[in-house]
Design a binder for this molecule. Structure first.
Ligand code: ZN
Length: 347
């Protein structure tokens, strides 16, 4: 066992100390982690992501250690001062609206009686189109080429695809990041060029491994625990779009969840969510002007119930990526990560 794992294990062991838990309780109770999840393992459809067994283990840990999963609306109510937070509150969100998120993951949340918020891309749920960034992933995972030289505007990127491991994933992310600098129309056009270079046919119909939560599916699945909210119409990188398109992406997806669902969430989740890169002040102002309660970013951090109620903060709430390691998960849920943040001077 290396030193790092050992250190993590001993830190996590400290969470079992009643004295320390008591000492840090006030700080922990005002800081709430929102976890962000994406895809889940679904072998039958060749989908890789979070393990459902790990999700179940994480929720079991929560249940056995007196943590409380609350809904996103409950958290915003607490920010508004109209609801009490339970001790050790934790929130779960799932982005993009792939079918296994409902068929596999939401079922697990329902089993535990825990709330979860799932954010849908409205044109995807309408089966009109599937997101360009996932098309890039599809193309680069299926190509038989080991190297593709790809020109995007002035930039040339050599995409290395020799192995099916992390380095391939890094290549995919590099191409996605490059196209995130463009308008959606341009990104879709470049994704088409890439498919041509990669000699991968992208069908009009959405492939099984990328099948969405359709509106009918969302309607059949929504409940007090499972709620759906807007995540743009086409997964556009909002900051790169014109004023008109940026507004449309937010307003139309909000209107779509309201039209299609009985219990829509009035909270926006920014596509790919990096503040000042993927969305900015303009989008935060739009979300507020449309009367939405809050906006979700991908900036790691806790929601500080005493601080994040302001307009400046509630329209870019932080979230933690859901870890794949139980010690990391326990650290983020408990006071341990908070304490580390404090030591780093981030709080
Ligand atoms: Zn997304």
């Amino acid at each position: 066992m290396n030193i790092k794992i050992l250190a993590k294990k001993s830190l996590v062991a400290l969470t079992e100390s009643r004295i320390l838990d008591k000492f840090f309780a006030a700080s922990r109770n005002r800081h709430v982690p929102i976890f962000m999840l994406h895809r889940f393992d679904d072998a039958g459809r060749e989908v890789q992501g979070h393990s459902i067994d790990f999700l179940r283990n994480a929720l079991t840990w929560i249940q056995e250690n007196n943590y409380n999963v609350i809904s996103l609306d409950h958290l915003i109510d607490a920010l508004d001062g109209v609801a009490e937070l339970p001790e050790r509150a934790v929130v779960f969100t799932v982005d993009d609206g792939f079918i296994e998120q409902v068929d596999l993951a939401a079922k697990v949340f329902e089993e535990f009686g825990f709330p979860v918020s799932i954010f849908l891309i409205s044109d995807f749920s309408s089966e009109k189109s599937w997101p360009w960034d996932y098309q890039v992933e599809y193309i680069l995972n299926r190509t038989l080429h080991e190297k593709i030289v790809f020109n995007v505007g002035e930039e040339t990127i050599t995409i290395a695809l020799t192995t099916h491991d992390n380095s391939r994933q890094e290549s995919i992310t590099a191409v996605q990041d490059l196209l995130k600098g463009l308008t959606t129309d341009q990104a879709i056009e470049y994704a088409k060029n890439l498919a041509h270079l990669a000699e991968v046919k992208v069908e009009e119909s959405i492939p099984a491994s990328y099948f969405p939560v359709t509106w009918a599916k969302a309607r059949a699945s929504e409940s007090d625990n499972v709620r759906f909210g807007p995540h743009s119409t086409q997964h556009a990188i909002l900051k790169r779009q014109s004023n008109e398109i940026s507004l449309q992406e937010i307003a139309d997806s909000k209107a779509a969840v309201e039209k299609e669902l009985t219990l829509p969430l009035n909270i926006f989740c920014y596509p790919t969510g990096r503040k000042n890169i993927d969305f900015g002040q303009r989008e935060m102002d739009t979300v507020k002007a449309l009367g939405m309660r809050a906006g979700l970013s991908v900036t790691p951090g806790y929601v500080d119930i005493h601080k994040h109620g302001s307009d400046e903060d509630r329209y870019c709430l932080p979230r933690f990526g859901f870890p794949s390691d139980m010690n990391d998960f326990i650290q983020l849920c408990s006071w341990v990560e908070l304490f580390k943040e404090k030591l780093r001077g981030n709080l």
